[in-house]
Design a protein around this ligand. Structure first.
Ligand code: OKS
Ligand code: ZN
Length: 383
């Protein structure tokens, strides 16, 4: 198999942020250097990278469907930093963070119709949103790790554009039957809900990609229990955003392996199986963090996920949210995987024999480049 087509856009490097950890505000672990490390390691190992700048299938906020992100949310992402800047509430090179959130329990007594939270990702239902920029920032975020700076929106759009480009490549007639494409999406996407940013994510890249892919498939109804598009989420953290966006839908189906009881804390339980048409099309496989699980446990759960995909959903396409924060040293993760394990993951995914599009999510250690190379080697089928 030829190596995966790897996509990168320099615009994804413009975003920078800070995050609150305990009582300290620090530069965000999610930084441009992550992509630079991956690019360097790929180059050192002879893997070609396709640069897309300006992204050739560049999307705009208007081309993101309403079912993925609401237009008011995207408009917020586009304009909020400049609102702070114009009111002298932040410096040009600075970064803004929310301070107050419309917590479900603040709203439920006074707005009985208000429902929704990060499980469903639905509008919180508060009928009045004051014009104070902080009100908007809190309304459209769920944590204090997802700050915004001057070029955050530009990077988020470039990242989602790469995701769409990956689909265009994967669905081309010339694409090999079990080939792979790997989009170096940054900022990541899997925590971003319909209208909530969080966990370093603003636009849900894999959700935009999945919707674009489905819109290109013929509208034939799939046979019972099948889902033509499956999202496999291998980041250490549960992809609450992706889950919530597709929770009521049969396509795409979603399956995730993630740290049990870890960030984002309130979702990712095995009991979350999907609703309405989506019932049975959401599968969470939480695995305890070290020292309560081993790499063998991990590969056992990976095989369970792959079996659900192969035997139950029988997709035509596989989309992967790939986080490298499952690495044994990762500061934000807690699994036991080592560098060669990513090659094994790549090989097991490839063995499904499907066209695969991979999207970068987390991964924060200095070995990130080696982890990505190992994974790409597995996808390629290198010995
Ligand atoms: C606390 C850090 C919060 C962890 C965010 C996890 C991001 C991630 N300031 N998601 O997949 O890697
Ligand atoms: Zn993660």
């Amino acid at each position: 198999m030829p190596p995966p087509i790897i996509l990168h856009s320099p615009q994804t490097l413009l975003h920078h942020s800070v995050e609150l950890v305990g009582h300290k505000l620090i530069p965000a672990h999610e930084c441009a250097d992550r992509v630079q490390q991956i690019l360097k390691a790929l180059a050192d190992n002879g893997f070609a990278v396709t640069e897309c700048d300006p992204p050739t299938t560049g999307i705009t906020k208007l081309s993101i469907p309403e079912c993925i992100h609401s237009q008011p949310y995207l408009k917020h992402l586009e304009t909020i930093f400049d609102q702070f800047l114009n009111s002298n509430m932040v410096e040009e090179e600075g970064c803004i963070l929310p301070e107050c959130f419309p917590h479900k329990k603040l709203l439920e007594t006074v707005h009985p119709t208000a429902k929704g939270d990060i499980v469903t990702g639905k509008d919180m239902g508060n009928p009045e949103l004051p014009s104070d920029p902080y009100a908007h920032l809190g309304y459209y975020s769920f944590d204090m790790s997802t700050g915004m700076s001057k070029h955050t929106f530009k990077s988020a759009i470039a990242s989602a554009s790469l995701a769409v480009k990956a689909i265009t490549i994967m669905t081309a007639d010339t694409f090999p039957a079990s080939g792979a494409v790997f989009a170096l999406t940054r900022p990541p996407g899997h925590h971003a809900c319909h209208e909530i940013a969080g966990g370093y994510c603003y636009i849900n890249n894999i959700a935009v990609a999945a919707e674009y892919l489905l819109s290109r498939l013929k509208p034939e109804p799939p046979t019972s229990s099948q889902s033509r598009v499956v999202i496999l989420d291998l980041d250490f953290h549960h992809g609450n955003g992706t889950q919530s966006i597709f929770y009521n839908r049969r396509e795409p189906a979603y399956v995730s392996i993630h740290g049990k009881g870890e960030y984002p804390y309130y979702t990712g339980f095995a009991s979350e199986r999907g609703n309405d048409d989506g019932e049975g099309y959401n599968h969470n496989l939480p695995l305890p963090a070290r020292p309560n699980s081993t790499r063998n446990d991990y590969f056992g759960v990976l095989d369970t996920a792959l079996e659900i995909i192969r035997e139950t959903w029988k997709p035509e396409y596989l989309l992967v949210s790939m986080g490298f924060d499952t690495f044994r040293k990762d500061i934000l993760g807690g699994f036991e995987l080592d560098i060669p394990d990513y090659k094994e993951i790549g090989a097991r995914i490839r063995a499904l024999g499907l066209p695969i599009a991979v999207f970068l999510e987390g991964g924060y250690e200095e070995e990130l480049g080696s982890l990505a190379v190992s994974f790409v080697q597995g996808l390629t089928g290198e010995d």
